[in-house]
Design a protein around this ligand. Structure first.
Ligand code: NAP
Length: 297
């Protein structure tokens, strides 16, 4: 069995950048991805803060990064790593086989959080969605709701406002977490209605979504919508990071070199305990992890 110098788990911006840097340092690299390259960036309709790109769709940016990763010579392995066993070398297991690596970089990002309210799972795919770019076109000319107050929720609301008749943006506090430029654009859109200090109570409908019930100022409010887009952040997948030290919120603790508490295991990107989660910071983590992992071999 081939032993790779570095195995990178997750082909989002952190993982792809790690693979590029590790290849440039002359290391053999396996890049594992269970879905498609790009991670959450793929579902971003428009990215405006990745330097030198101006405005670019998440899909296009992901394709560009992926092309650079494969051109650099990383082995892309479209399999899900289900277990990581400590040791020297480290052992990675997928449903298709086993792989060995002298160092591993975990870059699996986060999985989208659920609201855990009635109707959310039952109507999943029948009006309930976690991706406006993927499903927004089904609701062209219709009335929809977006739940969340972060950058993702406001970006999704803006994208949907260009397709849908109207968008209800539902946030649980009176202030958004999203950056002010997005808030300004939401307020200028003309067809986005804000519902602040509003808690989602249930997503309603028999065969498909017909309404969203909120609680606002102690009162129940029903919004008649055809779709509900949930965008309330994410948490790291716990399976692969079970053996490494984490913060109280379940994010991986690393040092400045992106080393985790497990020898030979590094972590990069949104799964890390850190303040700012952006594509550029994910890329930076990936570069730091790869350079340090490479020089420690
Ligand atoms: P986020 O920043 O964590 O925001 C999640 C939002 O969902 C918050 O407003 C939160 O409310 C709300 N929320 C969480 N649980 C909820 C619940 N049970 N019920 C109702 N609302 C709930 O997540 P994100 O927007 O997905 O972004 C993830 C990271 O990627 C962030 O660091 C973000 O900056 C970054 N990102 C950046 C860009 C960009 O730069 N353009 C685009 C997308 C994402 P509270 O505010 O009350 O906590």
């Amino acid at each position: 069995m081939k032993t790779y110098d570095i195995a990178v788990i997750g082909a989002g911006p952190a993982g792809m950048t790690a693979a590029i840097y590790a290849r440039r340092a002359g290391k053999s690299v396996a890049l594992f991805e269970k879905n498609y390259p790009g991670g959450q960036m793929v579902s971003a309709h428009e990215i405006e803060n990745y330097p030198a790109e101006g405005k670019i769709s998440g899909f296009d940016l992901a394709e560009k990064m992926f092309a650079q990763t494969t051109e650099a010579g990383a082995d892309y392995i479209g399999e899900e790593v289900t277990a990581l066993e400590p040791g020297s070398p480290l052992r990675l297991k997928t449903p298709q086989g086993e792989y060995l690596a002298r160092a591993v970089i975990i870059a699996t990002g986060t999985v989208r959080s659920r609201l855990n309210i009635p109707g959310e799972e039952r109507l999943n795919g029948r009006g309930v969605s976690w991706c406006a770019t993927c499903d927004g076109a089904f609701y062209r000319g219709r009335e929809v709701a977006v739940i969340g107050g972060g950058n993702s929720a406001l970006s999704e609301a803006l994208y949907l406002s260009s397709l849908c008749k109207s968008v209800h943006l539902v946030h649980r506090r009176d202030q958004y977490r999203a950056e002010s430029s997005l808030v300004e654009r939401v307020r200028a859109a003309g067809n986005i209605t804000e519902h602040l200090c509003a808690l989602p109570v249930s997503i309603d409908g028999e065969e498909k979504v017909t309404s969203l019930t909120l609680e606002q100022n102690g009162r129940r409010l029903r919004l008649d919508v055809d779709a509900v887009f949930i965008s309330v952040g994410g948490k790291p997948e716990q399976n692969l990071i079970a053996g490494v030290e984490k913060d109280t919120n379940g994010y991986v603790k690393t040092d400045e070199q992106m080393r985790t508490s497990l020898p030979g295991v590094y972590a990069a990107g949104d799964n890390n305990s850190k303040q700012v989660r952006q594509i550029v910071t994910a890329c930076a983590d990936g570069a730091i992890a790869a350079l340090n992992a490479g020089s420690a071999l």
